[in-house]
Design a protein around this ligand. Structure first.
Ligand code: FAD
Length: 596
């Protein structure tokens, strides 16, 4: 077994991991491990934009961005972290610009900005242009730009190394254990500080916008090492996934003027959110769509609606809304404008649906999209492990795997790309500072045993269960019973079934006994992670008897600040999942009722 030694080991090569590595490697030896080749990370799929109050097209302020984020979070976000992120946003976008990121531009050469759900001028309540974008390939450009900088800086990458375990010594991080996909060999990485930046776990649901790699590895590994997961009941469903496939149609489509239409041809969001309409926050739009479909107004009575971005529709509603350009002239778009601003979306629809959005509306349904919960951290990206926010020395997390918590119960569009960069940088800087001040912890001789045992157990299981069948049932249950709307009865049923599936998982059959690129073995290991997260998510959601942000209980439809203005912490113990709670950090904005 090979051993390696670096001051800082970063797990994950998406936006958060690369930003962490760039900043850590300036002062200490740094390695990045990634199960995917770095530029295949999910950050590359992000379309719509990154939020920053640059005010390039109209007045905007970091304080408005802060308040919108607090309000969007349904008051569950920690306000100290939100304020920090929104204040850092303009400098972060300029840092990317200076690295060479090709942002779309205004006619006078500044970074272009577009409206996105929940981003408003706090004085007028109207949508504000805050999302900086590179057409509808913003994440792709971020990932490519950061990766180029990492290569330029000579950072060491271990591509296609899947981390299976976190090594802890005396309650502090001391490294990770990883499997090299090409050889099937285990490697031990000894480190002074470890940064997890492994992304989300949307593959838990049947219809999802998330990449196949989104199996929650980081959270599951931490849970197995006694570290809690925070706010796992909050998972965002994006309103506009391509019907049946889940592939995302960016909110930027509605930002450019696209509208949602039901079977009667009504722009139904007018009824649910009279001021911001189609640009209400995602939880609100997803629920409105469900209600429309439940009441039989899905297209042809089916479980989808139309997203209409045809120029004539956009221009009609823009005129009715009195929407104007920054110079005060009426807002009007042409087919060429749509092609220039949303080329990828047009391409997806033509390729996967055979639908041309310039001449036809797009069939859409809500799709599982984003994990608000994750490994608890503070705003220095240090992992905190209990109700008192005790820091675990040497362990950091950033990006979608972490819960810092800037998104609270619901994330605003464009705030994740911002989060991964702002807190990725914090993780890199603070892990490097920690590493400079400490010696290497001792490395236990049995460091790789737990990872090896997990793989051996799977490899030697002699049962008849099919992993694909278990996965299918799990995804279906989660989508149906722990999805956009939830009830006690439904979630109890889900929990029973998940436990049954976990039991069946013990007898899963693996055909491939080889070592070289044994993807079957790793996919089965990943399914184990998803099953653990299914249980933790459902138990956290069952306990929360209120509706807040993305967590909508039909049996408890109101937000209940008196009892539930608090974060959930869930531990995976021998005898089951244990829950505890910690307060939300409130600085300037006491909870108010959300008005749309
Ligand atoms: C389709 C889509 C569109 C989106 N659009 C936007 C948008 O417009 N604006 C916005 O703000 N947000 C958007 N988001 C959300 C945002 O893109 C993601 O939340 C964010 O990019 C996550 O970044 P990350 O660095 O945390 O993770 P990722 O970019 O997913 O990187 C995770 C990394 O971890 C590695 N990894 C995972 N597990 C392991 C393991 N066990 N061992 C080793 N390596 C591992 C992977 O190889 C990968 O390199 C979108 C998300 C999706 C799915």
């Amino acid at each position: 077994m090979q051993k390696h030694r670096y001051d800082v080991v970063v797990v994950g090569a998406g936006g958060a991991g690369l930003m962490a590595a760039l900043h850590a490697s300036k002062s200490v030896s740094t390695a990045v491990l990634s199960k995917l080749y770095p530029v295949r990370s999910h950050t590359g799929a992000a379309q719509g934009g990154i939020g920053a109050a640059l005010g390039n097209l109209e007045e905007d302020r970091a304080e408005w961005h802060t308040f919108d984020t607090v309000k969007g979070s349904d008051y569950l976000g920690d306000q100290d972290a939100i304020e920090f992120m929104c204040q850092e946003a303009p400098a972060t976008v300029y840092e990317l610009e200076h690295m060479g990121l090709p942002f779309s531009r205004t006619p006078d050469g500044r970074i272009a900005q577009r409206p996105f759900g929940g981003h408003t001028n706090n004085e007028t309540g109207r949508p504000v242009r805050r999302a900086c974008y590179a057409a509808d390939r913003t994440g792709h450009m971020i990932l490519q730009t950061l990766y180029q900088q990492c290569i330029k800086q000579g950072i060491t990458f271990f591509d296609e190394f899947q981390v299976l375990d976190l090594i802890l010594v005396n309650g502090a991080a001391a490294g990770v254990v990883a499997l090299e996909l090409a050889t099937g060999e285990l490697h031990v990485f000894h480190a002074k500080a470890v940064i997890f930046a492994t992304g989300g776990y949307g593959r838990l649901w049947e219809i999802t916008s998330n990449a196949y790699a989104y199996t929650g590895d980081g959270i599951a590994i931490a849970l197995r090492r006694g570290i809690p997961a925070e706010d796992m009941e909050f998972f965002q469903f994006h309103p506009t996934g391509i019907y049946r496939l889940g592939i995302l149609i960016t909110e930027g489509v509605r930002g450019e003027g696209g509208v949602l239409i039901n079977d009667l041809g009504e722009r139904f969001m007018e009824r649910y959110a009279p001021t911001v309409k189609d640009l209400a926050s995602r939880d609100v739009v997803s629920r409105a769509m469900y209600l429309e479909m439940r009441e039989g107004r899905g297209i042809g009575g089916q479980r989808y609606l139309y997203l209409d971005v045809r120029p004539e529709t956009v221009n009609k509603y823009a005129a009715l809304d009195g929407r104007t350009n920054p110079d005060g002239t009426p807002y009007q778009i042409t087919a060429d404008d749509i092609m220039a601003k949303l080329p990828e979306i047009i391409d997806f629809c033509r390729t996967y649906l055979g639908v041309d959005p310039i001449t036809e509306p797009i069939p859409v349904q809500p799709t599982a999209h984003y994990a608000m919960g994750g490994i608890p951290t503070n705003k220095r990206a240090e992992v905190v492990i209990d109700e008192e926010n005790t820091v675990m020395p040497g362990f950091y997390a950033a990006g979608e795997v972490a819960c810092v918590s800037v998104h609270g119960a619901n994330r605003l569009g464009t705030n994740s790309l911002l989060d991964i960069l702002v807190f990725g940088k914090q993780a890199g800087l603070n892990a490097a500072e920690f590493a400079r001040q400490t010696l290497f912890p001792p490395l236990p001789a049995d460091a790789a045993d737990f990872a090896r045992e997990q793989l051996e157990r799977l490899r030697n299981a002699r049962g008849r269960e099919q992993a694909a069948e278990i996965a299918k049932e799990m995804k279906h249950i989660m989508f149906d019973l722990v999805g956009v709307f939830r009830t006690e009865e439904g979630m109890r049923e889900a929990l029973d079934k998940i436990r049954e599936l976990k039991e069946r998982y013990q007898h899963v059959q693996i055909q491939d006994r080889g070592k070289v690129f044994n993807m079957e073995l790793l996919h089965v290991w990943e399914l184990g992670n998803l099953l653990d997260l299914a249980e933790v998510t459902t138990i956290s959601a069952l306990a929360r008897t209120e509706s807040r942000g993305a967590h909508a209980r039909e049996d408890y439809p109101e937000r209940d600040d008196e009892h539930w203005l608090k974060h959930t912490l869930a531990w995976m113990r021998e005898d089951g999942v244990k829950l505890a709670y910690k307060p939300v950090v409130i600085t300037k904005y006491p909870p108010e009722k959300r008005v749309y």
